[in-house]
Design a protein around this ligand. Structure first.
Ligand SMILES: [Zn+2]
Length: 475
């Protein structure tokens, strides 16, 4: 493997001042974590609220490519310390996570790890922690991972909602609708990119965007929101000549002109009005005015988090709030998949600052969902899952390879990291979950990793939902 590691320059010039800064950062981290611990104590102990009751609502939040260290890099940026760091020679008998405090609210929920490999693959924790190269082989793509997470059946890379022989698989959106619920997908990347498509389409070719757009527009979802607007570029500027990469001119015309029974929304005000309740819709197709991503692909050098001019566009949190308002009109419940899709794009680009930006945006959406549950529903009737479909970029500490090293950082500074891949890895990813039915997820643990601990497979969540909770009545 070529050495692609890159270090972000340290904030301080000399070793001495760097050491002093890190002592200051450590004490600040202690203060910060003290505050956070107090906050979460006030909010009650989430793990005690798990139950084995069937969830009325399920909100499945996926940071695409958001492995442990993507959560951690963002935690470092926010607080200067983080969980999940490992240090030392690759050795499953000695490596362990270094002690640290949670930063995000969801890190206090129940959590396990998750294996992500595609059909025909495997994961062996002893090997993964003996040899750093192990996770560079046999990794999933977002199509196979999304399909496993939405249907409970593993498939080959490149396939959306079909098994390896091309047979269509029932997904969680379909099961939700079949059991009287509403269903929707929301993403920061094109609305028919692999992850949302796995909850909405069946196609042996993940690159058949226009085909999947037709299937989604003609399908039963109540909410579809994302980027992929043919009339805008990646800087959210209007194009003179439309680019119909993600949906055909014909489909764009019929969905945008009201020929379907979706309410079509596209500008910021429309999304904001739906989020604040100024407007309502029974079914909504929200196409943000961006070519491929809300923020990641915008121009600029991406040296610092939030640097360069951000696109003046709504964020994942606003879209998620609008989707929740729309779907929760159904008294029988709903299923919503929310994807932070460009975390993966930043991982492929080994772009640390924008990776942190995308996880910050995703975390804000989790906060919005958490607040919605507490104000408009409850943990007794709603299950929220926060996870990833795979890790992207082999993100790690600055001294990685052949050893493992911890990433380090200070609040408001881009953390010091290395990237050991420009592709996905087969590393375990975290799953955080809270609410109705969460005990049943804990029962699906299928293995124990020497470093990350207990893990379940990426087919386990839809298995629980479809086989135990949202069982279709025999006809
Ligand atoms: Zn992915």
């Amino acid at each position: 493997m070529s050495d692609r590691s890159q270090q972000t320059p340290a904030a301080s010039g000399s070793a001495t001042s760097a050491a002093l800064t890190s002592i200051a950062a450590a004490s600040m981290a202690l203060l910060l974590t003290g505050c956070l611990a107090a906050q979460s104590a006030e909010a009650g102990a989430p793990s005690a609220e798990g139950s084995s009751d069937a969830p009325k609502n399920v909100i499945y939040m996926i940071g695409d490519g958001m492995g442990y260290n993507h959560v951690a890099a963002t935690n470092l940026y926010e607080s200067g310390q983080t969980k999940y760091q490992v240090e030392g020679e690759a050795d499953p008998d000695t490596l362990e996570e270094l002690p640290a405090e949670p930063v995000q609210g969801y890190e206090e929920w129940d959590s396990v790890a998750m294996s992500t490999y595609p059909e025909g693959g495997s994961y062996d924790g002893e090997e993964a922690w003996s040899d750093r190269e192990y996770v560079n082989e046999g990794f999933t793509d977002s199509a196979a991972a999304g399909t496993a997470m939405a249907t409970g059946t593993k498939t080959e890379n490149g396939k959306i909602g079909v098994d390896s022989s091309g047979e269509p698989l029932e997904n969680l959106s379909e099961r939700a609708i079949d059991t009287g619920r509403s269903a929707g997908v929301v993403t920061t990347v094109p609305f028919n990119h692999a992850t949302p498509a796995a909850w909405a389409a069946h196609n042996a070719d993940r690159d058949d965007y226009t085909g999947m757009a037709t299937e989604m527009i003609d399908g039963d979802l109540d909410v579809i929101m994302g980027a992929g607007h043919p009339e805008y570029d990646d800087d959210a500027e209007h194009l003179d000549t439309p680019d119909y990469e993600y949906l055909s001119e014909e489909d764009y015309d019929r969905v945008s002109s009201g020929e379907t029974d979706f309410d079509f929304i596209e500008d910021n005000t429309d999304f904001e009005d739906l989020a604040t309740g100024q407007s309502t819709a029974e079914r909504v197709f929200g196409l943000a005015q961006a070519g491929s991503t809300l923020q990641y692909e915008r121009d600029g050098s991406s040296d610092e988090v939030g640097g360069d001019e951000m696109n003046d566009l709504i964020d994942l949190s606003t879209m998620s709030q609008g989707a929740l308002n729309t779907l929760s009109q159904n008294d029988d419940g709903f299923h919503l998949m929310i994807e932070g899709g460009a975390i993966d794009w930043a991982g492929h680009g080994n772009d640390t600052a924008r990776d942190v930006e995308e996880v910050l945006d995703f975390n804000e959406a989790v906060d919005t969902v958490t607040q919605w549950v507490e104000e408009n529903s409850s943990w007794e009737e709603t299950l929220v899952i926060v996870t990833a479909d795979h890790e992207t970029g082999y993100l790690g500490g600055p001294d990685d390879d052949p050893d493992h090293s911890p990433m380090t950082g200070e609040p408001d500074e881009t953390p010091e990291v290395s990237w050991s891949s420009e592709d996905h890895t087969n590393a375990l990813v975290p799953v955080f979950y809270r609410g109705a039915g969460s005990d049943a997820l804990t029962e699906k643990i299928s293995g124990t990793d020497p470093v990350r601990g207990d893990y379940l497979d990426n087919t386990a969540i839809p298995e629980v939902l479809m086989e135990e909770f949202w069982v279709r009545e025999e006809q």
